[in-house]
Each structure stands twice: as C-alpha cells, then as structure tokens.
Design a binder for this molecule. Structure first.
Ligand code: AMP
Length: 259
C-alpha cells in the first residue's frame, strides 16, 4: 500500500501514520523527520536545510525529491509506504508521479486531514509542552511565529495538492478535528474501500457495458472526496457569484474555503 497523508502542520499526520505503520507493516516516510535527522547529523543536506527549517520555510524541491527517491528504493519500503509531509508543492507531486511511474508503481490513496488553524495552534502548544515534559529538545520551528509562516506556506503551496489529487480521483478528505480513534476509523474505511476496488492479481477486467446514447457520464475525478466537486457544479456555483468564500486564517492570509 502506498499512500499520502496531506494536511497542515499539527493536523495529526504523524500520529495516524504511526498507527498505519504498525497495522499494515509499511514504513512512514516523513521528509520532516529525514531532514531533522540530516540536520542533527550535520550532513551536507542538513547544513543546507537547517536555517530554512528553523524559519519555517520550505527546503528546495530538488533536495527533498532526491531524499524521497533514495528512501523509497530501500528494501523496507518495498511493501509500501506512507508519505508524511511530502509532496508539499505541485512540482514535488509531479516529480513523485514521474518517480513512481519509472518504477511501475502507483499511489493507492491520498488522505487529507482538515483542521482549523485555532486547533493547530493548540496542538503545537501541546506538542511543545509534552516534549518539554519528556525533557527533550523542542523543535526549532514549534513556535507561534514559525507556525504562522508554515501555515501561510501550506495554504499557498501545499493546499493546491488537494485539487491536484482530486482531479486524479485519488483524494479523500476527512475531519482531522475528530478524536484520534475517530480519524483512524475514517482512514481505515477509506483504505478498506481502496482495497475493495483493487482487482486481485490475474483477475480479468469486466467488459465495459455499452453506454446508452445520451446517458450522463459521471466524471471520474472528484468522486471519492468531499473536496472533489464536479467541474459542472463548480462552474454553476461560480456563475451564481456566491461561490468562493474566503476566511481569514491564523496565518493572516486568506484562503478559499473548501466544503
Ligand atoms: P514537518 O515535520 O513535516 O512539519 O516538516 C518540518 C520542516 O521540514 C518544514 O517546515 C520544512 O522546512 C521542511 N520540509 C519537510 N518536508 C518538506 C517538503 N516536502 N518540502 C520542503 N520542505 C520540507
């Protein structure tokens, strides 16, 4: 199984990924963790990334794409992986598509955890308190200023990935503000549906039914996730002029509200 967890910093991607690792015996590939390890080890990548990360900015695409390409070639990733924190930009998503296509692999699902900014700030504050209580070093970017920057970056650069994967019919969005077990249940339901759709190896494709003339064809992209709307619906909403509501975020930027 190969999947992507999408969501803003503090959305709970790491927590859910850990659970999936134990359950499905696949590996979690967190670019944030890999970069932090590189910073700690003082590798050339780490030296390049250190200050960028502390400022809450994104490390250049080519650096993270190279890290991921190396990592998914490792034997422990052969059974499957969960990408956490990658891709974070559309060029990264395109690079991932190309990388997987070259290896003859595909993605099974992209799951987006949707969480309000206020809740994210609280979660980051809790993470800092928990880390301090354990006597560990707090992440350099776990502070309100860096969080605001990371959120601004998320809405500008990463949020468009929801549309990117919805168009490919891969996206499922869930309420990341629910409790950890509830979010886990929703993720399991999605993965169950994905597994149900996957044809067993060797099974024959059913012959396509002859379509009735004039019958409506449901567009493929957008069927799976709430966020994925039919182009016709979106167009008619835009026409009515109501459509794209905006709301102010903690980051001080505006972002479109997706239903
Ligand atoms: P995270 O642990 O996912 O919140 O990532 C921590 C920091 O690592 C981010 O704020 C970025 O500076 C950097 N980072 C992690 N993943 C990526 C990525 N895919 N692209 C660029 N920078 C990344």
């Amino acid at each position: 199984m190969r999947l992507i967890l999408l969501g803003p910093p503090g959305a709970g991607k790491g927590t859910q990924a850990q659970r999936l690792v134990n359950r499905h015996k696949i590996v979690q590939l967190s670019t944030g963790d890999m970069l932090r390890a590189a910073v700690k080890a003082g590798t050339p990548v780490g030296l390049k990334a250190k200050d960028i990360m502390a400022r809450g900015e994104l490390v250049p695409d080519d650096v993270v794409v190279a890290i991921v390409a190396d990592r998914i070639d490792q034997p422990d990733a052969k059974k499957g992986f969960i990408l956490d924190g990658f891709p974070r930009t559309v060029p990264q998503a395109e690079a991932l598509d190309a990388m997987l296509a070259r290896k003859g692999l595909g993605l099974d699902a992209v799951i987006e955890l949707k969480v309000d900014d206020g809740m994210l700030l609280k979660r980051i504050e809790n993470r800092v308190a928990d880390t301090q209580a354990r006597g560990e070093t707090v992440r350099a970017d776990d502070n309100p200023d860096s969080l605001k920057k990371r959120l601004t970056g998320y809405y500008a650069q990463t949020a468009p990935l929801a549309g990117y994967y919805a168009r490919k019919g891969k996206l499922s969005s869930i309420d990341g503000m629910a409790s950890i077990p509830q979010v886990a249940t929703e993720i399991d339901k999605i993965l169950g549906r994905v597994a149900g759709r996957a044809r067993p190896a060797g099974a024959k494709r059913r012959p396509a039914k002859a379509s009735k003339a004039g019958a409506k064809v449901k567009p493929k992209a957008g069927r799976k996730g709430k966020a994925a709307k039919s182009p016709a619906k979106s167009a008619s909403r835009r026409k009515k002029g109501s459509s794209v509501k905006r709301r102010r975020t903690l980051a001080g930027s505006k972002r479109p509200k997706r239903s």
